[in-house]
Design a protein around this ligand. Structure first.
Ligand SMILES: [Cu+2]
Length: 190
């Protein structure tokens, strides 16, 4: 797995997973295999996925778990994408006055010996400008104070049932009529 640590650009979770596959075994269909964890220094990235978009919608959320095996906290300082026209923000979902909303957060801590969990209904990455059919991938770059920049190719899948939450619907928290806060109004985002 050590070779997975070096070529960060374009490195996909899937690429790490396929490397050690024995040549005698039939290769599983890539889209059917669960992506292996990606380990960068003390950080382990797992369970990354993005919610597939519907129709012309190009706003969605991405989720993952970032565990920190080290003795020192790391901090996710910025997020972005090398894909043209795609921007990414760190968001948190919250409920105020019975209305689910989201707001942008400037950074997120990855506690020492703990994990930063980005999941539906809580902290998440908001992805703007990407239409993602199920199985499509969007590259996301995470920049940490200590671990540096990490590139992930996040695969889209449809979220159902318990995974349904505010960020599934761009009109629930990001619409022009939902937050009333121009700074957080993504309804007119290109
Ligand atoms: Cu959001």
């Amino acid at each position: 797995m050590r070779q997975c640590l070096v070529p960060l650009i374009g490195l996909a979770l899937m690429a790490c997973q396929q490397a050690p596959a024995p040549s005698t075994a039939p290769a599983p269909a890539p889209q059917a295999a669960a992506p292996a964890d990606l380990v960068i220094g003390d950080l382990r990235f797992s369970q990354a996925w993005a919610r597939a978009t519907l129709g012309a919608n190009a706003v969605t959320a991405a989720y993952l778990s970032i565990a920190n095996a080290g003795a020192v906290e790391d901090v996710l300082l910025s997020v972005g994408s090398p894909a043209p026209g795609v921007t990414v923000e760190m968001h948190e979902s919250l409920e105020a006055d019975g209305v689910r909303q989201m707001r942008r957060v400037p950074s997120l801590a990855v506690p020492a010996g703990g994990a930063l969990e980005l999941k539906p209904g809580g902290l998440h990455l908001m992805v703007f400008g990407a239409q993602l059919a199920e199985g499509a991938q969007v590259p996301i770059t995470l920049t940490f104070a200590r671990a540096g920049s990490v590139n992930l190719d996040v695969t889209a899948r449809s979220g159902t049932g318990a995974e349904t939450s505010a960020e599934a619907d761009p009109h629930a928290g990001h619409g022009s009529d939902a937050t009333g806060d121009a700074a957080h109004d993504h309804g007119s985002h290109p």
